[in-house]
Write a protein that binds this ligand. Structure first.
Ligand code: FES
Length: 278
């Protein structure tokens, strides 16, 4: 007779009894159920990441992207800015596609997902390797690029479906394929886009506000003939920063994406504007 299960069968009296599970079996069953729930949650979230990549590869289609975000979601990437709200994320990404990324093939690699104890929220990390067509920063010509970086994300289950509540894309390179990342890891900074520079934490830098410096985006003293002074700044977090080249940033000297001058087409989501609750 199998351990842990009482004998199902017919008693002397002819009564059939249901097999009863021992506490060990019940505990094992509960553990198995929890494991299955964890695995299926991870699977659903991995699917969400792929669905996001597929929506991005059809021109950041906002109709496909919108359902992937919670209503209070945020999307952030240095050099592109921050989009807030589910609509804002979908329409901001759409506007970026029109402005900056003309074609793309996203490879989302080695997705790691960690569920919160609640089972209703999770965090995720994965690598991005992307082939893309971008306008050359000087000529505007369509140019083949490799884009590489990492994603950090938060997910929340809403109405039984996993959605992104936060995406942070940390670019590590955006390089013309013809030159390669050794020769040119980042697009050049210009009056129309940021300078991607590695900054040391706590060090004081002087951002050129007058635009005359020959060592953009940093001051070289050329301002002395004018009234405009450089802006001194330091960063807490060292590493890659997007320093404003266009001078329209609302978070000068760091780029906030204003250079993209993105236009949100609310009609793409069947709305007239941010306040339209349709
Ligand atoms: S370069 Fe991005 S806001 Fe100025």
């Amino acid at each position: 007779m199998e351990a842990g299960v009482t004998q199902a069968g017919v008693t002397q009296a002819g009564v059939t009894t249901e097999p009863t599970a021992t506490p060990d079996v019940l505990a094992e069953l509960a553990a198995l159920r929890a494991q299955v729930a964890l695995l299926s949650a991870k699977d659903e979230i991995a699917d969400l990441v792929t669905t996001y990549a597929r929506a991005c590869d059809v021109g950041n289609d906002p109709v496909l992207l919108r359902p992937l975000f919670t209503d209070d979601a945020t999307w952030h990437c240095k050099g592109f800015g921050t989009f807030t709200g589910g609509d804002g994320c979908a329409l901001g990404l759409k506007a970026v596609a029109g402005e900056k990324i003309w074609w793309s093939l996203h490879n989302m690699i080695s997705v790691q997902i960690t569920l919160d104890p609640s089972g209703e929220e999770a965090t995720g990390f994965w690598y991005l390797w992307e082939a893309a067509t971008l306008p050359d920063e000087h000529t505007g010509e369509a140019t083949a690029h490799w884009i590489g970086g990492t994603y950090d994300a938060r997910f929340r289950k809403v109405d039984g479906k996993w959605r992104f509540s936060k995406i942070e894309l940390k670019l590590n390179m955006s390089t013309p394929i013809a030159q390669g990342w050794v020769k040119k890891r980042w697009p050049d900074g210009t009056r129309k886009q940021p300078y991607f520079v590695n900054l040391k934490p706590g060090e004081t830098y002087y951002w050129c506000k007058c635009g005359k410096s020959a060592t953009q985006p940093f001051c070289d003293g050329s301002h002395q003939s004018g009234k405009v002074e450089p802006v001194s700044f330091s960063v807490e977090e060292g590493g890659l920063q997007a320093v404003c080249g266009c001078r329209y940033s609302k978070t000068k000297p760091l780029c906030d994406g204003s250079h993209l001058n993105l236009k949100y087409d609310w009609s793409l989501l069947g709305k007239t504007g941010p306040d339209d609750a349709a």
